[in-house]
Design a binder for this molecule. Structure first.
Ligand SMILES: [Zn+2]
Ligand SMILES: [Zn+2]
Length: 476
């Protein structure tokens, strides 16, 4: 009896304590506002580091430090990638993932000013806003962890620090290492010039270098003894160009000749063509890539050369989840956009004079747009995640309206208060979204139902990259 009574008192105390410390979502949003200046500092440091794919040592370490200080268990150097990491808090189901990127782009160095001025000539810059992406996601993860802890909720929250999005396929290797195997849903963002949840897809992309080897000889005195590797490349390109008429019209095939020999009077014994092929459905693209590879094989046979293919990248198209998009949109609407100060408006006004074409209204950052739909023509390694785990993404207005990604104008706005304000919109919306998934398991069931339906029966995610090692030096 005594024991039971004590147990009852204990349980009352626990409930009382939980009640006293419980945290509602208004408090979550307030906590992000309180730390906004600190998160802006973190983002601006990463903006200054401007580290390109797989070389993001300082950026990755800085985000890891934020998460570690907040009580997350950090595992660095995952998937044989030094700058990839996971940061986990909690235990059990559900498992919700939040993804953050942090790589910069070569050649886009730019001051936080509305006119073109590189800080470092031809140096790198955050033209895709991944400094805001990584920091917004970190801020969201910490806020969600605070909510889980205060409300004594069970479940696992895992932050994924994903390097080299820009052409390095970092997430593909992290998936291959099994790091997403137990995840129920992934929440993420991307910088942009407006606030909207993202219902749009992307193009699956396969890239590779076709290397032909022949026999060198004097091109005039002994051409019969030579076998031209460049002939191999040209025969391949001719066949692929004929093939364009017989692939779906929404496929994209582009190539450059990265090596075509050195001198016309030497039959080239080495030549290389670098190919990209894209389509909105990886399963269609698989067939197209197979035919491109066959053209290369046929070209080698016909020119008496040899050919080897190095597959350099492969990412799936993004698989949207409209159920999750609907939830994300509600959360984004609750957060809302933001107003420009007079100084920000002046910055935006000046910067917009450098942008071509028709521009959206200058004050559109204060609005929330309908979800972005359709198929974009970009490609991202988030595509692979979205075929493995139901995934939802939002775009936040971190750039001046009308700014394209991968531009110096994106670097400029991303390096000042406009970028920081958009980042907070994203952090808050992602927090509310993840909390909703923890709080209401039925959402995960519905998201999974749609996910299964869209993938089709007996679907298993695989990557064309097979057992290829991450190309850690691809930016060197
Ligand atoms: Zn990009
Ligand atoms: Zn990006």
């Amino acid at each position: 009896m005594k024991h039971l009574a004590l147990a009852a008192v204990c349980s009352l105390l626990t409930t009382g304590a939980a009640f006293a410390q419980s945290m509602d979502t208004n408090a979550v949003l307030a906590s992000i506002d309180q730390k906004a200046a600190a998160y802006r500092d973190v983002a601006m440091k990463i903006w200054s580091f401007a580290e390109v794919g797989y070389q993001e040592q300082q950026s990755s370490a800085l985000l890891q430090a934020q998460l570690k200080a907040a009580g997350f268990t950090v595992v660095a150097g995952v998937a044989e990638i030094p700058t990839a990491f996971t940061a986990t808090w909690g235990s059990g189901k559900p498992v919700i993932g939040i993804i953050g990127e942090f790589d910069a782009l070569p050649g886009l160095s730019q001051a936080a000013e509305p006119n073109r001025r590189p800080l470092l000539p031809e140096g790198p810059g955050h033209g895709c806003g991944h400094h805001l992406f990584g920091t917004a996601s970190t801020a969201a993860a910490i806020a969600v962890k605070d909510w889980l802890a205060a409300n004594q909720r069970s479940g696992t929250l895992r932050f994924y620090g994903t390097p080299a999005e820009e052409g390095g396929s970092g997430k593909v290797y992290m998936l291959r290492a099994g790091l997403f195997d137990d995840v129920d849903a992934v929440v993420t963002m991307h910088p942009g010039d407006r606030n909207a949840s993202s219902a749009s897809s992307t193009l699956a992309n396969v890239t590779g270098k076709f290397r032909f080897r022949g026999q060198s000889a004097h091109a005039s005195t002994a051409p019969d003894r030579g076998r031209s590797a460049l002939d191999g490349v040209e025969a391949m390109n001719a066949m692929v160009n004929l093939m364009r008429e017989h692939v779906p019209s929404d496929a994209r095939i582009h190539y450059v000749i990265t090596n075509g020999g050195r001198a016309p009077n030497v039959v080239p014994d080495f030549a290389e063509a670098y190919y990209y092929a894209r389509h909105n459905d990886m399963r269609v693209l698989d067939g197209i890539w197979e035919r491109i590879t066959n053209a290369a094989r046929g070209a080698a046979l016909g020119t008496d050369t040899t050919m080897e293919l190095e597959l350099t990248g492969a990412v799936w198209n993004v698989l949207p989840n409209s159920y999750l998009v609907g939830l994300m949109q509600q959360n984004l609407r609750r957060v809302g956009g933001y107003e420009y100060t007079p100084a920000e408006r002046e910055f935006a006004d000046t910067l917009r004079k450098t942008l071509a074409g028709a521009l959206p209204p200058i004050d559109s950052a204060n609005a929330v747009f309908a979800p972005d739909a359709g198929i974009g023509s970009a490609s991202t390694d988030l595509g692979d995640v979205s075929w493995r785990v139901p995934t939802v993404q939002l775009t936040a207005a971190t750039w001046v309206p009308g700014t394209p990604a991968h531009s110096w104008q994106a670097v400029a706005a991303g390096g000042m208060s406009i970028g920081a304000k958009g980042m907070i919109v994203a952090a808050k919306s992602m927090s509310l979204m993840a909390i909703e998934l923890f709080a209401e398991p039925a959402h995960l069931v519905k998201a999974k139902e749609e996910f299964d339906k869209r993938r089709g029966p007996n679907f298993t995610y695989t990557t064309r990259l097979a057992d290829r090692k991450p190309a850690l030096d691809y930016r060197k």
